[in-house]
Ligand binder design. Structure first.
Ligand code: GLA
Length: 368
């Protein structure tokens, strides 16, 4: 009855003054949204961040969401070696500088991502002028000068993912390090990880230095990363934190997330959740799912998972200082191209139009 009365009043007002009263459901959500900010909701717990690019920020809707809801940003690509390095030895700072300026204007932190990675580093980085493979000493020197240039240029960045994804995913071996596709391993052997942390610390002793990786809910990979980091900590290598990428899905279990956090917290490392998204498909599902629609059931499943993991994050807030999403709006997510190009996914907190999803409200609600 009340709803019909509001709708009639709304129609009447529309005729007489052009004013529309939104329907009660939407009205509540938009009123709530005017007051709510993700980062403010968690401000006494941890930073809330998002990976962004200048292109994505040039969309006014994404721009507004980022300004309102995030207290930290990560450059989605702009600080990776392939984007910064020019073959003639000079640097292209433009895109990353623009992101840092955006963060500064909005008093946001910037996570530096990433100094050393087997991907998104140009092939020529590992070769000399004549195209011959560098030897270990030459490669360490080159990496040192790259890290020095980058860390000094982005002096306002306090946290760096020093090494990204150095650990192997292979189930048939307990060997820790990724061999396949890694020029680092090929040229320097396994010591390149500790060397990178030592170099970063020598360049900028005050910066927080992180190891960042994915697949950590798999017990096998988790064990390897744990062994790697425990080894570094025991040897006194200057490492301060682990970046848990957190590319998860609605079939993962929140209990496993808690075990993962407890385990790395036991090493005394600071924990950052660095690339959070919650896919609607299982990790190993590579089918196209052409007719998939984001069902109500999956929306709820995703919202429950987000709510559960945020409760866990808050429970361990003394160990977790930052939680970042890998993107802002569903239509912009990398998961629409990966692992199946063109397969729609819905992993983030804001829908294609930039409206907060059930998962967004579930996270806010999880604090109540
Ligand atoms: C990894 C990297 C990120 C990004 C994502 C996918 O997790 O650490 O920089 O490339 O893959 O977009």
């Amino acid at each position: 009855m009340k709803v019909i009365a509001i709708q009639l009043l709304s129609l009447f007002l529309l005729f007489v003054s052009g004013t529309v009263i939104p329907n009660p459901d939407k009205r509540n959500k938009s009123a709530e949204l005017r007051l709510v900010s993700l980062s403010k909701t968690f401000e006494s717990d941890f930073e809330i961040g998002a990976a962004v690019s200048n292109e994505k920020l040039s969309d006014p809707t994404t721009h507004k969401i980022v300004e309102r809801h995030f207290s930290s940003i990560t450059a989605e690509n702009a600080m990776k070696p392939i984007m910064l390095l020019r073959k003639n030895g000079t640097y292209n700072w433009q895109a990353a500088d623009k992101l840092v300026a955006f963060a500064k204007k909005n008093k946001m932190k910037v996570r530096g991502h990433t100094l050393l990675w087997h991907k998104q580093t140009p092939d020529w980085f590992f070769k000399d002028n004549k195209g011959k493979d560098l030897n270990k000493t030459q490669l360490y020197l080159k990496q040192y000068s790259h890290m020095k240039a980058v860390m000094e240029h982005f002096d306002s960045v306090d946290v760096w993912d020093v090494v990204n994804e150095a650990v192997s995913n292979q189930y048939n071996s307990d060997f820790i390090y990724r061999k396949k596709g890694s020029q680092w391993f090929k040229i320097c052997g396994q010591q390149f990880v500790s060397k990178a942390f030592e170099m970063a610390h020598a360049i900028s002793p005050k910066k927080k230095l992180f190891y960042n990786d994915y697949g950590l809910l798999s017990k096998h990979k988790q064990d390897k990363v744990f062994r790697l980091l425990k080894g570094l900590v025991d040897k006194g290598v200057p490492i301060h934190g682990i970046g848990i990428q957190a590319h998860w899905n609605i079939y993962n279990k929140a209990e496993d997330v808690e075990i993962l956090i407890q385990r790395f917290a036991s090493l005394g490392l600071d924990i950052h959740i660095t690339e959070l998204d919650v896919s609607v498909f299982k990790g190993n599902d590579q089918s196209k799912h052409r007719n998939y629609v984001f069902t109500k059931k999956d929306q709820t499943k995703q919202a429950e998972f987000y709510s559960d993991i945020f409760k866990i994050f808050r429970k361990y807030k003394d160990h977790i200082s930052s939680v970042s999403f890998w993107g802002v709006r569903d239509n912009e997510s990398w998961l629409n191209q990966h692992p199946v190009n063109g397969r729609r996914n819905y992993p983030l907190l804001f829908d294609d139009q930039g409206m907060p999803k059930e998962s967004f409200y579930a996270i806010i609600q999880s604090t109540k």
